[in-house]
Ligand binder design. Structure first.
Ligand SMILES: O=C(O)[C@H](O)[C@@H](O)[C@H](O)[C@H](O)COP(=O)(O)O
Length: 241
């Protein structure tokens, strides 16, 4: 389902509601969460109202920049830590993240893949890149079944500079495979802001575009939540399209 909300604020409320619902309903909740700007407010709203149920939560890494230390500004870990983990005061054992500075990145992939086999993802929240990427599954790659090291597109390298406080050299990322995200029990994909309106049009109106985000269309357990700004070329009113 594609649902269009009046504002980004309403999308943030929906994110918090979905997270809360999925935390309560599963005995062993395993969340896979995008970092980045889109879900920040939703995470904060979720953190404001969550109770002791958070103790049963496990977090599995979606992606990380290769070569960027997890504790440095702009790493995927650091963004999620600021927006969610620290607010929830999660224990270190609850968080299972790729280490982008490891000497053995393949082992990082295998470690996270083993974790997912043991603890299947119950809830994934994805953003969409300006080039239609999901996690760091970039356009041009086949649908990946496992965690992988990928070459970043020029768009991703440029856009990602907004996360860093100084120009940062990025070439590769480590990411869950698109198929692993699709295999989650429940997935929501969140897109907000006028700057995403062009890519939204491509995703929903250009079947030839071959974008990673398009691989998530057509599943009953995957919903897309957009605000009116992002949806401006595909709809004139808040609604389902
Ligand atoms: O940051 C991440 O963890 C994801 O890899 C990435 O896919 C992100 O969700 C999009 O690039 C959108 O980013 P914004 O929300 O910052 O636009």
């Amino acid at each position: 389902m594609i649902k269009i909300f009046e504002s980004a604020e309403e999308v943030a409320n929906k994110i918090a509601e979905e997270m809360n619902h999925n935390l309560m309903k599963d005995e062993n909740p395993v969340f896979c969460l995008a970092s980045g700007s889109t879900p920040q407010k939703g995470y904060q709203k979720f953190a404001e109202n969550v109770d002791n149920e958070k103790k049963k939560l496990k977090i599995v890494s979606l992606d990380e920049w290769v070569g960027i230390d997890r504790d440095s500004e702009g790493s995927c870990y650091q963004m999620l830590n600021n927006d969610l983990f620290s607010l929830l005061q999660l224990d270190e054992e609850q968080i299972h993240f790729f280490n982008g500075t490891s000497q053995d990145l393949q082992e990082q992939c295998r470690r996270i893949d083993r974790f997912i086999e043991e603890y299947p993802i119950t809830f994934s929240l994805m953003g969409v890149g300006m080039n239609g990427h999901i996690g760091l599954n970039e356009p041009g790659y086949p649908v990946l079944n496992h965690s992988s090291i990928v070459k970043l597109s020029e768009t991703t390298k440029t856009v990602a500079q907004k996360y860093f406080n100084q120009p940062t050299h990025l070439e590769e990322g480590i990411t869950l495979g698109l198929q692993q995200i699709i295999n989650s029990k429940r997935v929501i994909v969140v897109i907000t802001g006028e700057h995403k309106a062009d890519i939204v049009k491509e995703i929903f109106a250009n079947q030839e575009a071959n974008l990673p985000a398009q691989e998530l269309l057509g599943y009953d357990h995957i919903d897309f939540y957009l605000d009116m700004d992002a949806a401006k070329y595909i709809s004139r009113s808040p609604n389902n399209v």
